[in-house]
Each structure stands twice: as structure tokens, then as C-alpha cells.
Design a protein around this ligand. Structure first.
Ligand code: SAM
Length: 271
């Protein structure tokens, strides 16, 4: 294993550059932190390029197994100082392990309506915390994936990946321009349910068991634009009391997803 303590090491410089979207896009790489999440990524079939681990990880069985798996997969393993891990993750107390993985997205035509499948489409989501939380919630309810429409925050930024708590490795992501999305939607045979503050339908009155659902959520500041709203079969609203104008995007998505998947999510019998 190669040991690196200098921040000027060219490999470390390249990994640090992944904090910037333009480098992530150029290299098609992203970072994930923590032993469990790196193992999850392996298990889910993601391709590792580089594994960094702290010197303190030497002799730790799980870390050494991960290192051996990385080498077997053709990746590079570096043992690094805490200073390097802090700089790479921009954290004072970094995790012991960081993995650099290849990005993966699906093309829009891989999204096909089937059974009672649920997909979520997000219009220009801007906040990495919202996107990560939505990916985690989509995972929790068993949604098939998330379509990012228009200029969205990067699903592979360290902030988004952190907020997913590992669901980034479980939930397929599609990126599409509004034009490509609307063209694809014309051939989509499922129901497209939009959420809108002017929606006239109570979100609890729709029978979501009938066929596939594409849930369309609007941008945090502006809500759904007219072209996306008019492409929906139904515009639903979540009733509110009190002074808030609207719900937070991730909260509204969670409320909707649990209603749409209500019939499919019985509590397990643990007796
Ligand atoms: N000012 C924005 C507007 O006028 O739509 C508020 C957007 S809200 C923060 C973000 C998104 O969450 C909305 O576009 C919608 O998709 C969803 N949302 C939030 N509260 C909702 C509610 N009560 N009913 C339906 N959708 C809601």
C-alpha cells in the first residue's frame, strides 16, 4: 500500500478537486465517506477507483478486506494521514475511510412504466440537503428512481451524497432537460401526478394503486412552471393549516411518497 501524507501529492490534489462539480463532471467520479457506505457501494456494484484510509485503519479487518477488494477490482489504495483525510472531505473529524467511485446515471428511455412503479421527477431542485433527503426517502418507500429535470444541484456532490446516507447507491438517477423530459412524458403510459400550491385535488383522494405513478415536484423557490404543470394528469395539494405558505420540498415529497406507497408498505410482523 502506498502511504501519502502530503497535500501536494498529485493523486490527492485530483481527489480534492472532486469538491468542484466541473471536475466531478469531467472525471465522472465522486466521493463517499465511511466504511459502511463504501462497503454498501461495493455490494451495489459501483466501481471503485481509489480507496483512502487513515493509518489508524491498519490492522482493522474490515478495512483491510476493503483494501484487498479494491485492489482486486483494479482500484488504487492509499494509506493517508488524518490531515489528508480532513482536506479531502473538508471535515475536522473525518471518517477513517473514503472511496472514490465512478458516477452512474440512467438514460431517460430506461424509465418504463410498469405495474405500480413509482418514479419521482424533480424540477430544478437546488438544495443538496433536499435532494439527498429525497433520494433517501425514495429508497425507503421502494420508489424505482429519481429523474432530475433541468438545472438541478449535483446528485454526486459530497453534501448530497452525505444526506442520502447511502441511498445514492440504491436509487437510480436520470438527468434530463425539460424539453427531453416533456418529449419522453408524451410516450409515458403511466399517470403523472404534479404537486402544486394551486392544485384542486386533495392528495389523499387519488387511488395510487392503479398503475404506475410519476410524481412531479416543483422547484423550492418557484414551484412547478406552467409547461411541467400542464403535462401532469392531476395537480394535487397537501392541505395546510397555520402560517406557512408551503411545505419544504423534501417534506412534501416524503408526504406524497408515503401516500402513494401506502398500500405497498405494511409494517413487518416482528412477533
Ligand atoms: N413558492 C413556491 C411555490 O409557489 O410553489 C413554493 C415551492 S415549495 C417550497 C416546493 C415544492 O414542494 C412545490 O413546488 C410543490 O411541488 C411541493 N409542495 C410544497 N408544499 C405543498 C403543498 N402544500 N401542496 C402541494 N405541493 C406542495
Amino acid at each position: 500500500m502506498k502511504e501519502v501524507t502530503s497535500l501536494t501529492n498529485p493523486i490527492i490534489k485530483d481527489i480534492r478537486a472532486l469538491a468542484l462539480k466541473k471536475f466531478r463532471d469531467r472525471e465522472h467520479l465522486f466521493m463517499t465517506e465511511g466504511l459502511k457506505l463504501v462497503i454498501d457501494a461495493f455490494e451495489a456494484g459501483w466501481t471503485i477507483r481509489t480507496l483512502l484510509y487513515a493509518k489508524a485503519g491498519r490492522g482493522n479487518d474490515a478495512v483491510e478486506r476493503l483494501a484487498a477488494r479494491t485492489v482486486a477490482a483494479g482500484g488504487l489504495v492509499l494509506v493517508v494521514s488524518e490531515k489528508v483525510l480532513s482536506a479531502v472531505t473538508r471535515r475536522d473529524n473525518p471518517q477513517m475511510v473514503v472511496g472514490v467511485f465512478e458516477q452512474k446515471t440512467l438514460p431517460l428511455d430506461a424509465v418504463r412504466p410498469a405495474d405500480a412503479d413509482v418514479w419521482v421527477a424533480l424540477d430544478r431542485v437546488r438544495d443538496p440537503g433536499n435532494l439527498g433527503t429525497i433520494l433517501r426517502t425514495a429508497d425507503a418507500v421502494g420508489a424505482k428512481g429519481v429523474i432530475l429535470v433541468g438545472d438541478c444541484t449535483d446528485s454526486f456532490s459530497i453534501e448530497t451524497v452525505r444526506a442520502t446516507m447511502g441511498s445514492i447507491f440504491a436509487v437510480p438517477i436520470v438527468r434530463a432537460s425539460p424539453e427531453a423530459f416533456l418529449a419522453w412524458r408524451r410516450g409515458y403510459a403511466g399517470r403523472m401526478v404534479g404537486t402544486h400550491l394551486e392544485g384542486s385535488v386533495d392528495y389523499r383522494t387519488v387511488d395510487y394503486r392503479k398503475g404506475p405513478t410519476l410524481l412531479m415536484m416543483g422547484n423550492e423557490q418557484q414551484g412547478l412552471p406552467e409547461n411541467l404543470a400542464s403535462a401532469c394528469d392531476t395537480l394535487v395539494r397537501i392541505p395546510q393549516a397555520g402560517r406557512a405558505d408551503s411545505l419544504n420540498l423534501a417534506v412534501a415529497t416524503g408526504v406524497m411518497l408515503y401516500e402513494i406507497r401506502r398500500h405497498a408498505l405494511p409494517l413487518e410482523d416482528r412477533s
